[in-house]
Design a binder for this molecule. Structure first.
Ligand SMILES: NC(=O)c1ccc[n+]([C@@H]2O[C@H](COP(=O)([O-])OP(=O)(O)OC[C@H]3O[C@@H](n4cnc5c(N)ncnc54)[C@H](O)[C@@H]3O)[C@@H](O)[C@H]2O)c1
Length: 248
C-alpha cells in the first residue's frame, strides 16, 4: 500500500507507541499507522487488553499489545525502556467523567483522578520518550487536546476542560524544549467525536455546522499526519479538527 502513497505520509520503518489504543480514536490510529507501514506498540488499561488484542489481531506491524496505565509513572518508564527506541508517541488515552456536580465534596477526588490521567499521564509519557528522541535528534509526539480546552466544552465537566487546556499549554512547554533537537511536539483538539467517550451523552448534532459528530478516523488522520514526515515543519501546534464547531 505504501508504494502508492506520497512518501511524505509514509510511516514505513517508524516505531510508534500508541496509548488508549483500545479506544475509539486510539484503535483507528493504530489501524492507520499499521496500514502506512509503522511498527506499533499498542497500550491501554489492563481491563481493555482483550478488546485491544482482538482489534489488533488482523493488523500488520504490531510489535506488542500491553497493559499500561499512563498515570503510573513507573509503569510508563518500564514499558518505554522495554520497547525503545520510539520514533513517535501518539497519546489518545484519557477519561471524561460527565459529572458536573462540582459542589459535591467528593467531586474533588474525581478532579484529582482526571488530572492524574489527562495531565500527569502525558507528562509521564513525554518524560519517558523525549530524552531518547532528543538524543537521536528525531521524533514526533502527538497528544490529544480538545475543543473543551479552548472554550470550556460542549457538555464536558470542569475537570476535563481544565485538563485539556493543560494539554494545550504543555504542548508549547514540551515543544519549546524539544524543537531545537528536531523533535516535534503537537496535539489535535477534536470537536465532538462519536466514540465510547461520548456515547449516550446528549450532543445535539443539529447545532453543529456539518450536522454530525466526527468520526474517530477523522481524528486518527490528523494524529497520524502530525506524526508523519509530511508534518516535518509543524511544531508546537494544536490542530483544531472539529467540523467547524469552533472557529478560532
Ligand atoms: N470523543 C470526543 O468527542 C473527544 C473530543 C475531544 C477530545 N477527545 C480526546 O481524544 C482522545 C481519545 O478519546 P476517545 O474519544 O477515543 O475516547 P475512548 O474512551 O474511546 O478512548 C480512550 C481510551 O483511553 C483509555 N484510558 C483511560 N484511562 C487510561 C489510563 N489511565 N491509562 C491508559 N489508557 C487509559 C481507555 O481505556 C480508552 O480505551 C482522548 O484524549 C479524549 O480526551 C475526544
Amino acid at each position: 500500500m505504501s508504494s502508492t502513497l506520497p512518501k511524505a505520509f509514509d510511516m514505513q520503518g517508524l516505531r510508534v507507541l500508541i496509548t488508549g489504543a483500545a479506544g475509539g480514536i486510539g484503535s483507528e490510529t493504530a489501524k492507520l499507522c499499521s496500514q502506512l507501514g509503522a511498527t506499533t506498540v499498542l497500550t491501554d488499561v489492563a481491563s481493555s487488553l482483550e478488546r485491544m488484542a482482538m482489534q489488533a489481531s488482523a493488523l500488520p506491524g504490531i510489535e506488542a499489545v500491553e497493559p499500561l496505565d499512563i498515570a503510573d509513572r513507573r509503569a510508563v518508564e518500564t514499558l518505554v525502556a522495554s520497547h525503545a527506541p520510539f520514533d513517535a508517541l501518539i497519546d489518545t488515552a484519557a477519561i471524561c467523567p460527565f459529572d458536573e456536580d462540582w459542589m459535591q465534596p467528593e467531586w474533588d477526588d474525581k478532579f484529582h483522578r482526571v488530572m492524574k490521567v489527562n495531565v500527569l499521564g502525558p507528562i509521564n509519557l513525554v518524560r519517558a520518550v523525549m530524552p531518547g528522541m532528543i538524543k537521536r535528534k528525531q521524533g514526533s509526539i502527538a497528544l490529544c487536546g480538545s475543543i473543551a480546552g479552548w472554550m470550556g466544552g460542549l457538555l464536558a465537566a470542569p475537570h476535563y476542560a481544565a485538563s485539556k487546556g493543560s494539554v494545550h499549554a504543555l504542548v508549547r512547554w514540551f515543544a519549546q524544549r524539544a524543537t531545537p533537537h528536531h523533535v516535534r511536539v503537537n496535539a489535535v483538539a477534536p470537536g465532538p467525536i462519536a466514540t465510547g467517550m461520548t456515547d449516550g451523552q446528549p450532543y445535539n448534532k443539529d447545532n453543529y455546522p456539518m450536522k454530525r459528530m466526527g468520526d474517530p478516523q477523522e481524528i486518527a488522520n490528523a494524529l497520524v499526519f502530525l506524526s508523519s514526515p509530511a508534518a516535518s515543519f509543524i511544531a508546537g501546534s494544536v490542530m483544531d479538527v472539529n467540523g467547524g464547531v469552533l472557529m478560532r
